[in-house]
Design a protein around this ligand. Structure first.
Ligand SMILES: O=C(O)/C=C(\C=C(/O)C(=O)O)C(=O)O
Length: 302
């Protein structure tokens, strides 16, 4: 089947700058995607967008260009619960990539074991209405119970205005839970205001909750240079929860409409949100290694 990307689709940056910031050895891009190729890994019929193809080889090349060592590839909604493109990338990563899949309630033990063997270590629950029709809480709860014995975690993607109604379901989840993009705060509101304080409360009161401090380009309201309005929000999360934060490029940046970020410039933002070498090492190496490659972490230094 031939797929044509949406007419208003913005392609990933063709030539990101070489970052001036040099990530620490072993740095992990903990949120990125592979798309298609559509003629080999068809996009899901129920998808709400059709992206450009974005291959594992391009992702590996970007990783090297940015000075990173490993990737965590997250299943995107355009592929639904068909994880074949993700698994293909994991199986061709020389162990340098782990995955977060999307599964349905009827997934079998055998299918879960195969995903685990490929390098999957979590599932994603998406509540962003423009992306998916979210599954009922009891269905998601059943999936959580199925994946917990594997030691997997749950990645959740939601918009900040939905947090009050989702809060109790989130805190009922029995695994480590990783929030995509800080729960998409409205950065025009105060960084110590009611809305973001609710998100900070979620992580403060629930030690099993982590957050990615990624995607300033999705949150900023001051345009594509510097994303200064996002920095205080990311700094607050990094400095309050230094052992429970992750960072990612979000390449190839699906559904960006206002502009396409330069991945090298996103990397150059890291020292502005993690302002010491220790915080950068936790954000980029220690935390993602503990979550995705625990078998490689020296338990003495954990
Ligand atoms: O890539 C992201 O994390 C953000 C987006 C898309 C998805 O996560 C997805 O389709 O699974 C978005 O905000 O459109």
């Amino acid at each position: 089947e031939k797929f044509t990307m949406d007419a208003d689709w913005l392609q990933y940056h063709p030539a990101p700058v070489k970052p001036s910031y040099c990530p620490p050895a072993g740095a992990v891009d903990a949120h990125c995607h592979v798309f298609g190729p559509g003629d080999q890994f068809p996009y899901a019929p129920q998808r709400k967008y059709t992206p450009c193809d974005a291959s594992k080889d391009q992702l590996w090349a970007l990783r090297e260009h940015l000075g990173f060592s490993r990737n965590v590839i997250v299943q995107a909604t355009c592929h639904g619960a068909d994880n074949r493109a993700l698994v293909d990338a994991l199986e061709h990563s020389d162990g340098r990539a782990r995955g977060v899949a999307t599964v349905t309630e009827d997934i079998t033990e055998e299918e879960l074991q195969a995903l685990h063997a490929a390098g999957v270590r979590g599932v994603r629950f998406n509540f962003v209405k423009r992306l998916v029709d979210a599954l009922p809480f009891d269905t998601l709860g059943a999936i959580a119970d199925k994946i917990k014995p594997l030691g997997w975690h749950i990645v959740i993607y939601f918009e900040s205005q939905e947090l009050p109604e989702l809060y109790d379901f989130f805190t009922s989840l029995p695994t480590t839970v990783v929030v995509d993009h800080m729960g998409r705060p409205d950065v025009s509101k105060p960084v110590d205001g009611e809305e973001f304080n609710l998100f900070v409360k979620l992580l403060t009161e629930n030690e099993n909750f982590w957050s990615k401090v990624s995607c300033p380009e999705r949150l900023s309201q001051v345009g594509p240079h510097g994303y200064d309005d996002v920095v205080p929000f990311a700094r607050r999360i990094v400095e309050t929860f230094p052992d429970r934060v992750l960072w990612g490029t979000d390449w190839p940046h699906p559904n960006m409409k206002s502009h396409m970020p330069d991945d090298g410039e996103l990397v150059n933002m890291i020292p502005r949100i993690a302002v010491t070498e220790e915080l950068q090492r936790k954000l980029l190496v220690d935390n993602p290694m503990r979550l995705y490659w625990p078998e490689e972490v020296d338990c003495v230094t954990a």
